[in-house]
Design a protein around this ligand. Structure first.
Ligand SMILES: [Zn+2]
Length: 344
């Protein structure tokens, strides 16, 4: 039996997403978002995903628990667990009285791990691990309307290595005049394997209007295109006494725009390989159970969202594809359509 299994998740931002760095930075905006330190492309850290998934799965389990208790108290004897999953098993669990339950039959504490309690030994890392969520397709305004921009590095993450996207140009299905990606004007080139790429996106359940408006740029241009086209909002604090804008309280913050397509992975570890306080884990038994438990957060992610500024219409993500990785294949944008593609 396998020790682990990877599950690829693809989500579309229904609102702008602001996962902040927590510190102000001089130069860009007051509240910048998290970026990959090497590529400078914005991302959502896996730790943010893990925390949000944990909270939402705990909410879900708590709803189920209360429903079961409600059903059993109206008739048969009350059974099942007393301690609430939410908020106790959500969060950091460091509170003495309302901390993690740390039980091998708790779906939250087994799947997401638990902290070491006060005066207790050992924590548990959890059976689900989360990668960072990376930008797969990024919407950019052009004079032909919005285009969704990707690059070979991003496509690599869905198991689709593309070769031949090298020149300082934008690779589209039907090249013609120069195309502006925001302020950046680039020559257009054809990508012979655009059809294969579109098919892959179709398999990944990415919406048709995005598939029909694809543009590829080389890796080195991708960060520039993304960072030049982030949503930047400006807000001002209101003085509650006067009801007017507070002096010197204007601040700006950036966000991934609505329509950004993100990709991340959930890695499930085999519950049979772990034990908690010498007891085997009973809350989940198979790799797929671990993943299915984590995926219960997706409905909540679609409505409650991730990141900051949730009360200002930010953060909702619709997970459109949840499955195992697609089989790897390659495309070469320099070769004719009838020769390229296929297996590497
Ligand atoms: Zn628990």
């Amino acid at each position: 039996m396998a020790s682990y299994e990877r599950f690829v998740q693809i989500g579309i931002a229904l609102d702008p997403i602001h996962v902040g760095t927590g510190v102000a930075r001089i130069g860009r905006v007051d509240l910048p978002i998290v970026r990959d330190p090497v590529t400078q492309v914005p991302k959502i850290p896996g730790s943010s995903l893990a925390g949000v998934y944990r909270t939402y799965v705990a909410m879900h389990c708590e709803e189920e628990r209360q429903r079961k208790q409600g059903a059993s108290s109206s008739g048969q004897q009350s059974q099942g667990r007393r301690k609430p999953y939410y908020p106790d098993c959500a969060g950091l669990g460091l509170d003495k009285n309302r901390g993690h339950c740390r039980q091998p039959d708790c779906p939250i504490c087994t799947v997401f791990g638990f902290a070491r309690g006060a005066g207790q030994e050992g924590g548990f890392a959890g059976l689900a691990a989360f990668t960072d969520a990376h930008v797969l397709l990024f919407p950019v305004p052009t004079r032909q309307g919005p285009m969704w921009v990707s690059c070979p590095m991003a496509l690599d993450m869905i198991g689709f290595p593309v070769k031949g996207v090298c020149d300082d140009a934008v690779y589209v299905e039907n090249p013609g005049n120069c195309l502006n990606l925001g302020w950046l004007l680039l020559e257009t080139r054809s990508c012979a394997q655009m059809h294969d790429i579109k098919t892959t996106f179709q398999n990944l359940k990415i919406l048709d209007f995005i598939q029909n408006r694809l543009a590829l740029v080389p890796d080195r241009l991708f960060a520039h295109v993304v960072n030049s086209n982030l949503e930047v909002r400006t807000s001002v604090s209101i003085n509650p006494a006067t009801g007017a804008a507070e002096e010197r309280a204007l601040f700006s913050y950036e966000a991934l725009p609505r329509g950004t397509v993100l990709v991340w992975e959930i890695i499930a570890k085999n519950p049979a390989h772990f034990s908690i306080n010498g007891q085997s884990i009973t809350a989940v038994s198979r790799l797929n159970d671990v993943y299915q438990k984590a995926a219960q957060a997706h409905d909540y992610l679609k409505h409650l969202g991730i990141g900051g500024m949730g009360s200002r219409g930010m953060g909702r993500v619709d997970v459109v594809y949840e499955s195992q990785p697609v089989s790897p294949r390659t495309a070469n944008c320099n070769s004719p359509a009838n020769q390229g593609g296929g297996q590497p």
